[in-house]
Design a protein. Sequence first.
Length: 63
Amino acid sequence: MKKITYILFAIIFACVGILSALLVDANPYWVVPLILSVPAFFIAVVLYVSAGTKDGDIPFVGY
């Protein structure tokens, strides 16, 4: 995927996490999206950072 896709996923998961953290007082079931969105946010950020290279494969260096 492109780099912009990963940052959009990170923004979406951050919004879901913030919204569910605000709504967890009203309904305790909002903790489930909070638990799922935090690791997904960090995975999207790591994929965004690692997608910056032009060559997607690590070349074989040799012996």
